[in-house]
Design a protein around this ligand. Structure first.
Ligand code: NAP
Length: 331
């Protein structure tokens, strides 16, 4: 198979537990544009091209299809379960008593797995919106972050970790003030934190905060999510693939600017989880981690080009009386 990238040559990261994890995963959020069939077909192809990490979530609405693909891959000996690092997340409407175990049970059933490598709290509050809603939609039950409410959910996560059903626990879309409020209260610490990370939004303080505490950052929207839902687009958003520093490196390495975003992410130290349903794209994204690294000068130029441009602003999670989306991020 010509487009097979041997997982052995894909760089790894070591988690605080000592466990190894690939330096890149595949995202599975269809952004309300790609069907579950398209996304699961990409997962099937990606396994056979050498991907070993997949970022799933209940709210992406495709875990049952991806589970079928995993089961077929195991039967066909395309991969063994223990070679995969599968993550999932429970949605914001599952923060009540008993809900985390229930969500994990559903996810395991859908993914046809008997444990998950890492289970994430998708957002640090119970605010949710209807799938596919527009950017102005508000849920009257939404409320600000509460460390006590967060910890009640985290205690449930610690129990599924104790049971061995989730090998690692993760948080997502956190801020330093929120982490300061909850980390000292965790009995089982997160080994991974998902955050938006791409050249135009590098979150250096949060990134360093996690690395210092031996928590591995996973970077979502690593290419600047050009196909994100329309509700997450605003006129001021910067396109990462058009940033001069990214374009210059792309020309020098004769690759698409998207590939430069992935190289930059891996070399910086986060685990990017790019999404694509196109084989040529997802193969390039994996292959680029194994060859032709960016030079220190290119890394520095992109590092200095940060625009502090958050794309996933989360405005649909705002509560009544909130100023604007910056309040979600403690800004
Ligand atoms: N924890 C969270 O709250 C959270 C939030 C958001 C996302 N995520 C995760 O992060 C994953 C990735 O984020 P994302 O899907 O929003 O954004 P992304 O990976 O930054 O962008 C995906 C888009 O980039 C383009 N692309 C990918 N590889 C390419 C290549 N080699 N060359 C050219 N274009 C390429 C594709 O667009 P074209 O179709 O135009 O080629 C694709 O649809 C998601 O799938 C999800 O798993 C998690």
């Amino acid at each position: 198979m010509s487009d097979f990238i041997d997982p052995i040559i894909v760089p790894k990261r070591v988690l605080s537990t000592g466990e190894m994890i690939p330096c890149i995963g595949m995202g599975t959020f269809g952004s309300d544009r790609f069907t579950a069939e398209q996304v699961s077909a990409a997962v099937a192809g990606a396994i056979r091209r050498g991907y070993r990490m997949f970022d799933c979530a209940a709210v992406y609405g495709n875990e049952d299809r991806i589970g079928k693909v995993f089961a077929e891959a195991f039967v066909e000996n395309a991969v063994r379960r223990e070679e995969l690092f599968v993550t999932s997340k429970f949605w914001n409407d599952m923060h009540g008593k008993g809900d985390v175990l229930l969500s994990l049970a559903r996810t395991l059933k859908d993914l046809r797995l008997d444990y998950i490598d890492a289970f994430f709290m998708h957002w640090p509050f119970p605010n949710y919106h209807a799938p596919g809603c527009d950017g102005d939609a508000r849920n009257p039950d939404s409320r600000p972050f509460s460390a006590d409410e967060f910890m009640a959910v985290w205690r449930q996560m610690e129990r599924i970790h104790d049971m061995g059903l989730a090998r690692n626990l993760g948080m997502s879309s956190m801020t330093i003030p929120k982490l300061e409020a909850v980390l000292p209260r965790c009995r089982v610490l997160p080994t991974l934190i998902e955050m938006e990370l791409h050249p135009a939004f590098q979150q250096p303080a949060l990134f360093d905060y996690c690395v210092k505490r031996n928590i591995q950052p996973i970077g979502f929207c690593p290419i600047g999510s050009p196909t994100r839902p329309d509700r997450d687009k605003t006129p001021d958003d910067v396109a990462d693939t058009e940033m001069p520093e990214v374009v210059a490196a792309a020309k020098a390495h004769n690759v698409h600017p998207a590939v430069v975003c992935i190289k930059w992410a891996v070399q910086r130290g986060q685990i990017p989880i790019p999404f694509s349903v196109y084989e040529n794209e997802y193969v390039s994204n994996l292959r680029c981690t194994t060859e032709d690294p960016l030079t220190p000068a290119e890394m520095e130029a992109i590092g200095k080009a940060d625009k502090n441009c958050r794309l996933i602003k989360g405005q649909v999670f705002l509560w009544e009386g909130a100023k604007d989306w910056t309040e979600l991020w403690d800004e």
